[in-house]
Unconditional design. Sequence first.
Length: 214
Amino acid sequence: MVEQSQNEQWGNDPFPFTDPRLEAAYHYWRAKVAGRSMPSRTDIDPIEIPKLLPYIMLVDVLESGRYRYRLVGTALEREQGVNATGRYLDEVIPGVEYKAHIIGLYDECLRERRPLYSERLFFSLRAQTADYHVKALLMPLSDDEDRINMVIVAALFEYIEQEAHHRHFLDTVPYREIVRVLVLQQNESPWPVSRATVDVNFMLDGHARLIKER
């Protein structure tokens, strides 16, 4: 991974999100903060975000430290290939390494108490080329401004090879995280990005799409 300043990565764009649906999800979460460190679950009203709902997951944070899918949007359930609602993440995410990676993202979101954005490429076992691209934004929720008891996730799947559709939780395939960004609260920094890690060399090799598609 290669560390870069925000200006080198994103130019004048203050956010790293490469899809307007993810940016809309962040702004919705941000609007619900209302002077607190983060919104609560009761602040999230599905009626207010009908166009985002297919791409939204609500994940319970249990006192045991495990995570459980409370709600999975229809678009995400279709791409995952299983009905994960009510099940633990460590039960349904395939592969030891990938499972640890995803749980690590949730752990970091909780530890840092702020949104976390990640992009990953998934590869064909046959040709070792990228089949699809997943973008996910994890945003913490707390009912008492102390313990984070839920994470709201907006996620998108972009396919390069159509055969990879609807199998995300069914197959264990190689993957590579190409972007990870912690998003700061606006009153903490003149820029909303605190840390951004991009595998620039890998992208320049032509194996990944450009992060910014302009």
